[in-house]
Design a protein around this ligand. Sequence first.
Ligand SMILES: [Zn+2]
Length: 214
Amino acid sequence: MIDIVQFQNELMSSNCFVVYDSETKQSFIVDPASEKSKDVIDFIENKNLSPEFILLTHEHTDHTWGCNALIDRYDKIRIVCSQACKDNLSKEGTAYFQFYFNKTDYIYNIKHIDIVLEDIHYCLQWDKRTIYFYKTPGHSKGSVCFLIEDKLFTGDTIMQYKPFIPKKTGSKEDYKNSVQYILDIFKDKKDNIMVYPGHGKIFLLSAIENFNFS
Ligand SMILES: [Zn+2]
């Protein structure tokens, strides 16, 4: 059985999740963004887990800043994201620290991206399970959602409120279409799909009707 534990990242209170099977000890990490990833590493060590992947929902630095700390700690870990996410990661890293911290000399580059979703047709095998990815541009060009069993990880595409959509790098039109795309895929299962968003609390997909998207 899959267990999921939620961590709050240092940047922008975004969510990081560790997904694991307590029997096989296999695990993967979603959106680590605390510079040293200390709480995540402590958890992994305490549970004796083997982290195989880092899955990135999108390229924004408040979802990626912890990757290098985990790469340094786990040399076999592989980073997985969309092509557009990969293409825009370093631009985002540079812009983020200039804008929020006025640090013009701080450049954040993830050391390596190992698997691009387009190359694996948006399906990833993990611990005898399949993770299905969905391309959901709008909040950013490289945004994706993904499903494992009945758990849907949505990054900043589906949360309990509408995310900020940057004028230059996002698209309101694409965002609307992407949210609808996800709702259409799961329309008959809304009461069974648990959503793990990029910020805020987890919720049942059917609860989205009560959220404010305007
Ligand atoms: Zn974002």
